[in-house]
Design a binder for this molecule. Sequence first.
Ligand SMILES: NC(=O)c1ccc[n+]([C@@H]2O[C@H](COP(=O)([O-])OP(=O)(O)OC[C@H]3O[C@@H](n4cnc5c(N)ncnc54)[C@H](O)[C@@H]3O)[C@@H](O)[C@H]2O)c1
Length: 311
Amino acid sequence: MTNILITGGAGFIPSCIAEKLAEKKDNQLILVDNFLTGHINKIPESKNSNIKFIKCDVNNFQDISSVFYAYKFDYVFHYAAMVGVKRTQENPVKVLEDISGINNVLMLSKNTGVKRVYFSSSSEVYGEPVEFPQNEHTTPLNSRLPYAIVKNVGEAYLKSYKQEYGLDYTIFRFFNTYGPKQSKDFVISKFISAALNNEDITIYGDGSQTRTFCFIEDNIEATTNAFYENKFVNDVVNIGGDIEMPILEVAKLIIKLTKSNSKIVHLPPLKDGDMTRRRPDTTKMKQLLKRDLLPLEDGLKKLLQNTSYIL
Ligand SMILES: NC(=O)c1ccc[n+]([C@@H]2O[C@H](COP(=O)([O-])OP(=O)(O)OC[C@H]3O[C@@H](n4cnc5c(N)ncnc54)[C@H](O)[C@@H]3O)[C@@H](O)[C@H]2O)c1
């Protein structure tokens, strides 16, 4: 039996990795979440009865330590975090509390014999990028916003725990990921929700800022392959799509696919936190995936087959 802790388990990406790992009977999964942005209906059912959920705040040492002491985890996926551009910018102190969560998880992991910690970092650590594509090792990290700084500090913690205590890690730097269970704070689900309701789709600035988009299945397949194949141990891997698309084009594509009457409305550009471009070097991700990434249009069509979480 392999005991695995997934923090943030009632959230979008963490609940999807839980669902995938639960397919293997031998994996026993404990999911923790404080429902900050997660929801009970995202916690997956498993036909193998190997998922258990515990409501718990990772940033509270007493709360999370009892979970670590009750189960002896072999692996930890630390994915819980305060997310969302608006939420993290409006709560700049609260978002910094996630540093305590990272410290709690790492201290408890090294003291209870965890073999490896997987950490969900973010493309935000690159800040305003200075090279394209953004490479895990050569592109400087220009994080300035509290959310991005927390991720950067998290990465530093993992590397320091490895150096001082020998605790193995893998850092995944997630770029924009989308899928059915994503909450409406994020661009794709926000646009789809507006389009399906024939409401205005709002864009900051002229919409020429580009993003890449990664369908959730590509994220989950790449990260679970890293886990099962012991790849990129004590290393960093970008997990994201590699085709840049202007936000305005994304809005138009969604309107077309949903046959919506929505209008595109432009708002003043965001003061901070809206990078002009972002594109990951996906060489390592493709070594994990061993196939091409799903194009945005195909991913959107799959998402539109299950809009129950978005509507
Ligand atoms: N979705 C993306 O495009 C993207 C991009 C970059 C990084 N990430 C990272 O991936 C991870 C998962 O994000 P997501 O998009 O699935 O968001 P999400 O909001 O759906 O999931 C995060 C979960 O963490 C929980 N949580 C937050 N603080 C907690 C705490 N103190 N204790 C316990 N649970 C807590 C939330 O309730 C939520 O269920 C996060 O670490 C996020 O920073 C996501």
